[in-house]
Design a protein around this ligand. Sequence first.
Ligand code: TXA
Ligand code: MG
Length: 359
Amino acid sequence: MDTRMVLLDRDNLKEEQFAEAAELLRNGELVAFPTETVYGLGGNALDPGASAKIYAAKGRPSDNPLIVHICDTAALPVLAKNIPESAWKLAERFWPGPMTMILEKQDIVPKETTGGLNTIAIRMPSDEIAAMLIKVSGLYIAAPSANASGRPSTTKASHVWEDLHGRIAMILDGGSVQIGLESTIIDLTGEKPLILRPGYITLEDIRDILPDAEFDPAVLRRERNDNIVAKAPGMKYRHYAPKGELTVFEGDLSDVVEAVRREAARKQAEGYKTAILASEETKDRYPGFIVLSVGKREDEEGIAACLFDTLREFDHMGAEYIFGECFRSDGVGQAVMNRLMKAAGYHIVYAGPKSRAKK
Ligand code: TXA
Ligand code: MG
């Protein structure tokens, strides 16, 4: 299949520009589009055939449910039932925006879209291109992140092309996304609101509205643990990973820099293509190595915005081993570290005087 790349000018968006993409979606084809978080791979959420195409294009396991994107809260009762008051409160505060809610699904939503579950993930994106596409198509759009399964999510149209060209009908190119990490997912089907995936909207933000909200225990784990069942099926897979083997070091920054330098030197001496994931503050402390900086350490939003792009850069340079620094894990940093730990397959090493594993 030929994949068409359509460049859109954000300062000059008109509904007519979405007619062709909307038509493709109505015909059961797939269109990738930008959202404020990451690019999404869209298909008609009520068409089981379109959902099947999404799984096939991504190479994604079919028990991993899709997020359904809407442009109006009127869609909520169409797609979900037994909607609690908490859902309306969250919608009022955070939509349109990077927040996804899990609710009980209505019968019109096919199980193909929800990975066989009786619940549905719903989000109203704030990105103007996403909103216009949903509106013009008149559909509810199922859209996982527009990456090949297991690879870092896509934050630019060129990433989408890299992973999916030849497999989907169209890519709407709206430039680089704003946030760079996927939406915060909140499950409202249990006794307490549970955050299944941290994102730009933090636990503190959610607690402003729902004081009893908590993280799902699977979010807080610091190691691979198959005994903790992830409630968001997608969170159990190896994810966001560059092709090279990534190890992340934590501890005092000077210990971290020393450990990264030592381990990178060891692999480089063994003849492997080795690279370092660093920050603006530390990037000059690795002379003789290939170093990519994700930004200033205190700028968590900046790090979020370029983390996935940087992980892909390591693939472009053919890095076989990557050694990285840890970043702050408060606020948006919680989401940054969640993605980085998954990208490293939870290979986190404590770089301290005693070099012991810190749990
Ligand atoms: O920011 C985002 O959320 C992006 C953009 C495109 O909107 N989408 C996204 O979709 O990240 P995806 O498919 O890559 O991640 C969806 C996550 C997966 O971990 C999936 O398991 C979980 O949401 N999920 C979807 N439906 C669910 C459900 N009914 N119950 C629990 N988890 C669910
Ligand atoms: Mg994804």
